[in-house]
Design a protein around this ligand. Structure first.
Ligand code: SAM
Length: 393
């Protein structure tokens, strides 16, 4: 297992990989390895078309979804991130009205999470126009239902190519939080796109503000792909196939793979070399303060957010409750059956909260991260020089 990881880690040495510059620089237009603008155009429209055509699911459909618990678990992770980082900002200034950029917002899966976090204003941005319209409609519905709600703005834009600040009603706005949930990896198609995305994320983020999000963990994907045949793996609810040959190395950008997740995602995505992201983000004054795979994120936060786990039904009851069926095949609950049998022996039988192996295999592909925006001073060339936590020591 170590060999593929070493090669992935080795590829983060961008000084070596980029013989022309000790910094990560934008590929030149005549660079053969740089994806052509036509190719990038094609890919982003595939992504936009895919998300635009995703049907909105009703409550009944969501209840019968084969990824019901996975969706809820993902929502738990996002809720915890939002709660944790809004709390951190409020620790310093309790009554502060918080402003947020929800980048790659989709149909507004986090609309009500921002309401619970009592923020003042949210700008929602996404490449998929239809999704942005649905997000706005859902916002209006929520406002009607709850009377008072944060103010909002909705922007349809390619956040890996457009300058978002030019599109804000108030271009002088400063955010306390930028959240990018399950979307940042689309920017790793090319260095130029990753840079544009990071500019959009960081340029209006206040010093001491947070940028957090969730992405597929490249390490985990590569690790599973290496163990599989044809660099493809999956189960009844998801499939991933690498679209490049890892034997020829891992591209820093444009490491494309096909991702199919039952009823939610069916389009190509890009691996995010996380070490590279950390180095690149530092150039934008963003310092990594937290990262964890979802399995570790769960361990880190389960005690504090136990009630929320139960409230949003992240786990399935094993055995199935009377009159109900398990969502997966019996073989997907071996882990729960063993515990259940143990409980039987000790006469402490109670229902177990669990997830089918198939759903957990998807959940554990993802990771969560958080960066903190550093304060800066201007250098003699008029460029920002960021003060990292190491400098403060
Ligand atoms: C898996 S969805 C996540 C949506 C939402 N953040 C959530 O958690 O429910 C990924 C989103 O990223 C958006 N996206 C992909 N590429 C993008 C780009 N270049 N600019 C802006 N949004 C993009 C897609 O349109 C889609 O809505």
């Amino acid at each position: 297992m170590s060999s593929h990881i070493e090669s992935l880690e080795a590829s983060t040495d961008y000084d070596k990989n980029n013989p022309t510059n000790s910094n990560i620089s934008a590929p030149k237009s005549d660079d053969e390895d740089a994806p052509s603008s036509k190719k990038i155009e094609e890919h982003t429209s595939v992504v936009a078309a895919h998300y635009n055509h995703l049907k909105e699911k009703g409550l009944k459909e969501r209840f019968n979804s084969p990824i019901f618990y996975l969706r809820n678990f993902n929502n738990w992770v996002k809720s915890v991130l939002i709660q944790e980082y809004t709390d951190k900002i409020r620790e310093k200034d309790y009554g502060k009205p918080l402003k947020v950029l929800d980048i790659c917002c989709g149909k507004g899966g986090d609309l009500s999470k921002w309401q619970k976090a009592r923020v003042e204003r949210v700008i929602f941005a996404d490449i998929a126009k239809v999704s942005v319209q649905q997000c706005e409609t859902r916002y209006e519905d929520l406002r009607r239902r709850c009377g008072h709600l944060y103010s909002a703005e909705f922007i349809a834009a390619d956040c890996t190519k457009d300058t978002l600040r030019d599109k804000y009603a108030d271009p002088s706005i400063n955010f306390d939080i930028v959240s990018c949930q399950f979307g940042f990896h689309y920017s790793f198609e090319s260095l130029i796109q990753a840079r544009r995305m990071l500019t959009n994320i960081s340029e209006c983020l206040k010093p001491d503000g947070y940028f957090f999000g969730t992405i597929p963990d490249a390490y985990e994907i590569v690790s599973r792909a290496q163990k599989s045949q044809n660099f493809a793996f999956g189960n009844r609810i998801f499939n991933i196939k690498l679209l490049f040959d890892p034997k020829e190395g891992y591209p820093l950008f444009g490491a494309k793979y096909d991702f199919h997740l039952e009823g939610v995602v069916d389009c190509p995505e890009f691996l995010v070399n996380f070490d590279l992201l950390v180095k690149l983000a530092a150039e934008y004054g963003l310092e990594l303060v937290y990262k964890a795979r979802f399995s570790d994120f769960y361990k880190d936060h389960t005690e504090k957010y136990k009630q929320l786990l139960q409230r949003i039904i992240c786990f399935e009851s094993y055995p199935a409750r009377p009159g109900k069926e398990l969502i997966g095949e019996p073989s997907e609950y071996e882990h729960a059956r063993i515990i259940w049998d143990e409980m039987d022996k000790s006469n402490t039988r109670d229902c177990i909260g669990t997830m089918s192996v198939c759903e957990w295999e998807v959940a554990t592909i993802y990771m969560a991260f958080a960066f903190k925006k550093q304060k800066h001073v201007w250098d003699s060339n008029g460029k920002p020089s960021y003060i990292t936590s190491a400098d403060k020591k």
